[in-house]
Design a protein around this ligand. Sequence first.
Ligand code: FEO
Length: 433
Amino acid sequence: MPLVRPGETCRIALLRKTLRSKLLYPVILCKGEVFMNCTGKVTDEIIWVGGNDRRLNLFENAYPIPRGVSYNAYVVLDEENVLVDTVDKAISDLFLENLEAALSGRTLKYIIVQHMEPDHAATLVRVCERYPEAKVIASAKAAVMMGQFFGDALKDRIQPVAEGDVLETGRHQFTFAMAPMVHWPEVMVTYEKTTKTLFSADAFGTFGALSGVLFADEVDFERDWLDDARRYYTNIVGKYGAPVQALLKKAAGLDIALLCPLHGPIWRNSIGWFVEKYQQWSTCTPEEDGVLIAYASVYGHTENAAEVLAMDLRAMGVKKIALYDVSVTHPSYIVSDAFRFSKLAFLSATYNSGIFPAMETLLLDLKAHALKQRTVALAENGSWAPTAAKQMREILSGMQNLQLLDGAVSIRSSLNAGTREQLREMARQLAEA
Ligand code: FEO
């Protein structure tokens, strides 16, 4: 029995082989890629129709994602069926198969677009073409962006909603809450009252592909996912602490049984634990008392100073120390640990009369992400005219509420007895801060 419908370009027909075997097997009827749908049941009426990308090297062409990333989208089945967000174009073909499988012949009545960034909205026009009856529900700012991204393609399909607007689809009731700058200005989140589900857009997402799991309680999240969740938050949304705080205040008034983000696993247990992480990250409250040491070294002498500092800190009782070579580790990992730890030390070789470039990139990144409430120590190295510390201080002193320790250890080529002692004093001040 062929399952091809008019207007579709690529289909699988399942044919029952009547001779000798009754197995079902797929037959490609026309040219194009064919994917077997891969969906996940969240509840009896909420179906995950997203997918994973393990081939993308840099998320947003900026952040390494060695464990891949998931793009989540959800179908809510009801008298009127709803799709919550779409996916990145990298997995659009699979997504369309997933959507069709989840709907299983039903009509799609609404597409809720919470966020217009193309990792979630790039497939929107294709969905609208396939489901011509579907209305697009979005914030007024998202409607403007749809025009910017898609021209007039969706002009007559958009049904703008505002804070507190309600959509009833039968058994479900969706309420919309604006969440500007979490992480773009048009973002809104959606609370479904019957299932107590918060569709949270980018909030509460994480890097990492979903490998045979759908829920956070199916993995050891703290051990295996928290670092990626923190790196995702701090680098993608971290700049927007105040808007995240505003969203958390709105969420605090809701009874949430399911938290469905656009990336990473879904939460149905320990939601409060993860919300508390967001509370810390969005207020720049350190998660742990410890020291992040980041160094830029050309021939190993500044690296040696960083290692010596770490051992001094250990000897003084500091238990949590993270040590990074800024030329080796991508800044997104160091930014993440800068949000994690209470104290920071930056040691840089002087280069072209300035800060070593990778260190400068890191410091500007921290400034761009509005890090605050940290104690910071500085050291520099230079064989004839060390200037890195002064310039590092200029960047950092423009940031809010950083406690910069007085002075800086200034190394001439390599540590000597004098700078060795200054380094010990730096460790003491950090340990006691
Ligand atoms: Fe996952 Fe801001 O997009």
